[in-house]
Design a protein around this ligand. Structure first.
Ligand code: ZN
Length: 401
């Protein structure tokens, strides 16, 4: 909290409750006149005039075109200068730590791989902070116009406390990521599990934009699911909702590294495929090479894709129907197999609905974002939090600068 208030002191204007409300209204409506803002926010015309003047002076708001007169002066429409406010995003997965800077609309302005010397938490987060600072300075971006930092991490996270409770992928237990990174960057930091971040990215900008209930199946760092229920993340009581990787699902299925048989993970975790391929051939393989191999008719790749399709079809149907999901996104390399996996899962799901006469439907798709879904979701986390006035720790009536 100390950090949060330090940052707020330097950017009091955009962080006050009233200014945040005005900005959120403009973000949601695109552009508004002052009288529309008065009506939409419930604030007095004098307050709106004062806040908008200050935001224009700070360079955050722009005056745009004139509207039609309804008797008096023609109203001037205001909109956010999207080139003035930014969000930083971080993806923390072993062998794939990436930092980025985005604008408020989710456009990636800079992206960079971070190369930590080790995965020890302090060391890794220091490298991440340095990489982000390099981006800020190379683009000449003032710290005070960065709304916050979103972090998508492979592991179970406590999003409110900003702690990674457990990450097998990174070998972390109870790491206060928001506090450590917040100290290094002097910015507010928000944290979320990587599958949840991807689900948020699809909700914010991708496949699930028009839907209330959706699901994202992630396979990059294990097997996890991010669930959106009524437009919000479903986290469960202990933040493990969607940890489906080690629930035995496939009868007489593959032996899993956890010791059980038939878990989803050995079917969809690409690292397992990579290791299997290396054992067979002695060669390393990338996502793209694997897709090419399967399409060229290679037996190993084709069989792997078929097995994965069957496992994913089961997972989609089980979880989709439990949660009455409208859109399922299959992330990572598997989403690239339009016919072999996506269409297969869709047919399987449709046939269950038809046979059981359940009045429902689902749309299954590959991800809209390749490997930047984590970053977009992390950024979306910051944007949606920032635009929630209740999260601004200020006296609601106090707008004094
Ligand atoms: Zn397992």
């Amino acid at each position: 909290m100390k950090l949060m208030s330090q940052h707020i002191n330097s950017t009091r204007l955009v962080r006050t409750y009233n200014a945040s409300t005005v900005l959120r209204t403009l973000y949601e409506h695109g552009s508004c006149s002052r009288s529309q803002l008065t009506r939409l926010t419930g604030m007095s015309p004098a307050t709106i005039t004062r806040i908008t003047a200050d935001l224009i002076e700070a360079g955050v708001l722009l005056e745009g075109h004139h509207g039609k007169s309804t008797g008096g002066r023609r109203p001037i429409y205001l909109h956010i200068d999207h080139t003035k406010l930014y969000v930083a995003a971080v993806k923390l997965i072993r062998d794939d730590c990436v930092v980025a800077l985005l604008d408020l609309k989710g456009k990636i302005l800079a992206i960079e791989q971070a190369h930590p010397a080790s995965y020890e938490a302090q060391e890794l987060l220091s490298t991440v902070a340095t990489s982000l600072k390099d981006i800020f300075s190379s683009l000449s971006i003032k710290q005070e116009y960065i709304v916050g930092v979103g972090v998508a991490v492979s592991g179970i996270c406590h999003p409110v406390d900003g702690i990674v409770i457990r990450s097998l992928n990174l070998g972390w237990k109870d790491v206060p990521v928001a506090e450590i990174l917040g100290d290094l960057l002097e910015l507010p930091v928000l944290l979320e599990n990587d599958a949840n971040a991807c689900a948020l990215a699809e909700l914010w900008l991708g496949n699930a934009r028009e839907t209330a209930n959706s699901m994202y199946i992630k396979a990059d760092s294990g097997a996890g699911v991010g669930i959106i229920s009524n437009k919000a993340l479903l986290t469960g009581s202990r933040f493990v909702a969607g940890e489906i990787g080690h629930v035995p699902l496939i009868p007489d299925g593959k032996l899993c590294r956890c010791g059980q048989q038939g878990c989803l993970e050995p079917y969809i975790f690409f690292q397992t495929v990579r290791e299997h391929y290396k054992n067979e051939t002695g060669l390393e393989i990338t996502h793209a090479e694997f897709v090419t191999l399967a399409r060229s008719g290679n037996q190993f790749a084709r069989e792997t894709v078929q097995e994965t399709a069957s496992a994913l079809a089961l997972a989609c149907a089980h979880w989709g129907l439990i949660l009455d999901i409208e859109v399922i996104t299959i992330g990572g390399v598997w989403g690239a197999f339009e016919q072999e996996i996506i269409a297969y899962c869709q047919r399987y799901y449709d046939s269950i609905l038809e046979q059981s006469v359940i009045p429902s439907s689902v749309v299954i798709r590959g991800s809209s974002f390749d490997d930047v879904a984590d970053l977009l979701g992390a950024a979306g986390l910051v944007v949606s939090n920032w635009f929630t006035p209740a999260s601004v720790p200020f006296e609601r009536q106090d707008y004094g600068l």
